[in-house]
Design a protein around this ligand. Sequence first.
Ligand SMILES: N[C@@H](CCC(=O)N[C@@H](CS)C(=O)NCC(=O)O)C(=O)O
Ligand SMILES: *[C@@H]1O[C@H](CO)[C@@H](O)[C@H](O)[C@H]1NC(C)=O
Length: 274
Amino acid sequence: MPKTLYIFAGSVWAAVAELAVAELGYKEGDVTFKTVNLMEGENFAASFLKINPNGTLPTLESDGKSHTSTAEVTAALVKDAPIKVKAGSSIIQTIHEDKYDPNFAMLLARNDEELNAKSAGLAGMFLSKRQAALEKLSAEPGAEEFKAFYDTKKGQNGGMLAIVTGKAPAEHKNGFLAQSQAHFDNVKSAVFTVLPGFLPDSGFIGGEIPGEDDFHVGAWLTRIAATTGAKSADDALAALEKAYGAPVPAQVAAYWGTWTARPSWKKVYADGLH
Ligand SMILES: N[C@@H](CCC(=O)N[C@@H](CS)C(=O)NCC(=O)O)C(=O)O
Ligand SMILES: *[C@@H]1O[C@H](CO)[C@@H](O)[C@H](O)[C@H]1NC(C)=O
C-alpha cells in the first residue's frame, strides 16, 4: 500500500521514521518522501494542518489514514514492513518524555553567553522565521478553522523569540535560563542513568538488527550528540564527555558505535548530525 512520509532534514523525530524506512526493507517507491520545511514554518500551513492538526513531523499517510505522532508513524511502518523486527516497548514513551525533549535540548541556553550564541545562530533564525510564517499563514483564507492552534503557537514561539532577541522581561529570561539548566541536567541523566538501564552491552535493543525502540533511541541520541557540538560519528563521544564532564557509560558508547556503523544511519545523517 502506498505511503507518504512527511519529513525535514533537520528534524530529530522525522529521523526516527527515516531510519525505520531504511532498515525495514521497503523498496524504492513504496514510501514517497515529502519535505515540509520547518525552518520556513511550512508545517503551519492550513493544508498541512488538515493532514496533522498538531503540525508536527514525522507524519505518515497510509491506508487513507494520517499517523500524526512519531510513535504511531513508526509503528505503522514496522507493521507493514517486509522485514520484521522486534516490537517496541515502554522505552518509546520514556525517550519521548517532555523532560528529555531533544528539541528543547537544542534551543536551551543556561546563561547569557549561551543565549547570545543561540540567538545569533540557527535557533534565533528558526524562531523568527517561524513567527513570521505563523503571522502570514494565520491570515490566509482557510486558516480560520485553525485559529486556536495559531494563537497558541504564536504565544509559545513569540515568548521564546522575545527571550532570544532580548525583548522579554528579566524574569522571563531568568526563568528560561533556569528551565534550560534543569533540562540540560535531565538529558544528562538520561544519557548516564536512563539509557544504561535499558541498553544491551552489545548490539541493539531489538537484537542483531534495530527494532522499533532502536529507531527512537538512535535518533534521540544522535540529536543529543549534536547539541554537544558533535559533527560526526567519530567525534561524538568526546563531545558528549566534554559537555557532561564524564565519559559516557560503556553501553551508550557501544550503542553509538553499533548504530553509526549501519548504512541506514550513514544515509539518514549523510549531511550531518541533527
Ligand atoms: N510528540 C510529537 C513531537 C513531534 C515534534 O515535535 N516534531 C518536531 C520536529 S522534530 C516538529 O514537527 N516541530 C514543529 C513544531 O513544533 O512546530 C511526536 O512524537 O510526534
Ligand atoms: C496533538 O498533541 C497532543 C499533545 O501531545 C496529543 O495529545 C494529541 O493526540 C495530538 N493530536 C494529534 C492529532 O496527533
